[in-house]
Design a protein around this ligand. Structure first.
Ligand code: GTP
Length: 237
């Protein structure tokens, strides 16, 4: 089997400078990075968050919108981002399919894992939308779940930071980047690479989690080729 990865982008990273909506120049950048993976015969699954549009937890903060409804609103937000990303990839000449965990067949395919794998085998990028389809789960958990289901060799969490630090690098000048972590380290409250559910799922299935800066050109390809110098990796050892 060739290389297969799942890349998770945060919704927030798609936002323009005001922190809201979708910035097409960011979409273009992501599309060119993904294109370089496809050109190198890497099979790519994508998950994108929805934080640039709405977050379940924040929507429910005042107690008017129930948390579960807020989470469903967030899942819909990920579909909006997935469709935008689909267009940007296709505009760049990449074959792509969107599959949603919640059926909305006028917009995209339903999630069917065996079909997703066929798409990947045919060189198509598959974007998994609507999270896990359930409230109370994050898109990080959805991304980890999909990574395991499609048999990805790693999940890459593409963020706005270079990797994982021992403390917040925006607040502490002496914050140190951690190159390698165990799953237990990753669950530490100060670090929290992902939520505990996602990390536990990755740990149970020995799925490496790589955290990197999505805006570092060429980094995704380097990581997949084994160069983790501009990333942090979470594994068993
Ligand atoms: P192959 O069977 O490998 O050829 O895959 P394919 O995805 O090209 O074939 P299919 O005929 O299943 O799909 C053709 C197009 O319709 C693709 O762009 C799919 O994403 C899209 N499509 C397939 N099923 C659905 C669906 O349930 N809803 C929506 N909106 N589009 C779909």
């Amino acid at each position: 089997m060739g290389k297969r990865v799942l890349v998770k982008f945060s919704g927030e990273a798609l936002a323009s400078e005001n922190g809201y909506g979708i910035d097409t120049s960011i979409l273009k950048f992501i599309a060119s990075e993904i294109k370089s993976l496809v050109e190198n015969e890497i099979e790519v699954g994508l998950v994108v968050g929805g934080g640039n549009i709405i977050r379940g937890v924040s929507a429910a903060k005042e107690g008017i919108i129930k948390r579960s409804s807020g989470d469903y609103m967030g899942m819909l937000a990920t579909v909006i981002n997935a469709v935008a990303l689909q267009e940007a990839l296709e505009y760049n000449g990449i074959k792509v399919r969107v599959q949603s965990a919640i059926k909305m067949e006028e917009i995209c395919e339903p999630f069917i894992v065996r079909r997703a794998i066929r798409h990947l085998e045919k060189g198509r990028v598959v974007i998994f939308a609507a999270g896990t389809g359930n409230p109370f789960f994050t898109t990080d958990t959805a991304a980890t779940l999909r990574a395991i289901e499609i048999g990805a060799q790693m999940i890459i969490k593409a963020t706005k930071v270079d990797g994982v630090y021992d403390k917040d690098p925006n607040k502490f000048a002496d914050a140190k980047k951690l190159d390698r972590l165990t799953y237990e380290d990753a669950m530490n409250d100060n670090i929290r690479v992902m939520d505990d559910t996602a990390i536990a799922l990755a740990k149970d299935n020995s799925l490496p989690i790589v955290v990197c800066n999505m805006f570092e050109k060429g980094n995704l390809l380097n990581i997949i080729n084994g160069d983790f110098s501009k990333a942090s990796i979470v594994t068993n050892s």
